[in-house]
Ligand binder design. Sequence first.
Ligand code: ATP
Ligand code: MG
Length: 396
Amino acid sequence: MVGGCVRDLLLGREPKDFDVVTDASPEEVKKVFRNCRLIGRRFRLAHVFFGREIIEVATFRGSDDFANERVHENGRLLRDNVFGSIEEDVWRRDFTVNALYYNIRDFSVVDYVGGMEDHQAGILKLIGDPVTRYREDPVRMLRAIRFAAKLGFKIHPESEREIPDMANLLENIPSARLYDEVLKLFISGYAVQTFEMLRHYDLFSALFPATDLSLQLETDGFPRLFLAKALENTDLRINEGKSVTPYFLMAAFLWEPVQSAAKEKLKQGKHGAIAYQEAAREAIRFQVKHTAFPKRVGLAMTEVWTLQGRFSHRSGVRAYKLLGHPRFRAAYDFLLLRAETGGADPELADWWTKFQVANQAEQGKMLKKAAGQHRNKRRRPKKSPKSSKQSIATKD
Ligand code: ATP
Ligand code: MG
């Protein structure tokens, strides 16, 4: 066994998955296990099935066959498909603590790169020259942050020094792979620390440029507080064993860019719902260039955003319609987040909290009262224009 499982077991943690390596070729592995399927065209891997579990079994990778390796002009490895020995395999791995091999024959840990020592000291150290290794695969910078946040390890000074300067190399990584990494980074139970570290190392802007810009333009804690709360809630849910949906987090990340774009459109005289629809479409079109998420994720995000405007309409039919909307729950959670961080009226959020669990008679009373308040407000002359942060479902 190699990689994360050995690293995590040594920490007394339950590994997420088990990676198995062997000197047997994939074909030889297939002969040993009945329930085995070979996958991959360039680099063949064996998937061994144990009930519903799949154990990935890889043959040691070689590194010396340059004939089969194309190195991109900026140093990125495009292909590696050569089998090798364990001594060669070790140089393919990223951090020393990820290059520990647990030998099941004699229960020993095989360590070629001082990984045990680094593990004990809680240090993430790249194997080899950091610049070369980040160039080969810039995603290793994100992995450094992910493991540092998750394990509470420190990134070795030499491995961290180059990160801010090399962060722009992430532009060359296919956006689908970056989205996968984003999910691993934020749906981990350590999203808060991860976010702080990504910003510290200038990596966040490579993943979410529009969000990063809105963070730089921060006023009165917006959108930082809102984002921090969203990440905190995500961690909490994961640690309680609850599920989290990627679209909710993505919607939170892009909320401020969407709002400011929509505000511009409102200024140009566009209708509220249309302004938000258009802003949503543009924000998503821009974001998928960096982290390509599936279409359904974009659709769900848009629904969460556009439903925000409907919370302030508390007339009978509309309120019930919103309550019955398939995306009500997520949109309501989103409203709560906004209300907790000053972006929406807490009274409104509270009303919806009560409304959804009230019985019919109580709901009737609540609707009547809300309608009365609405009428009174309309009669009263407007004191001041709405603040820019409260253009949707806010203190009206
Ligand atoms: P976890 O599964 O807990 O997220 P892990 O370390 O097992 O962490 P995986 O992505 O499962 O991470 O990869 C398994 C192993 O493969 C790693 O421990 C590392 O040795 C190697 N590895 C994975 N990705 C890379 C990479 N981009 N560059 C170098 N080695 C890598
Ligand atoms: Mg793993």
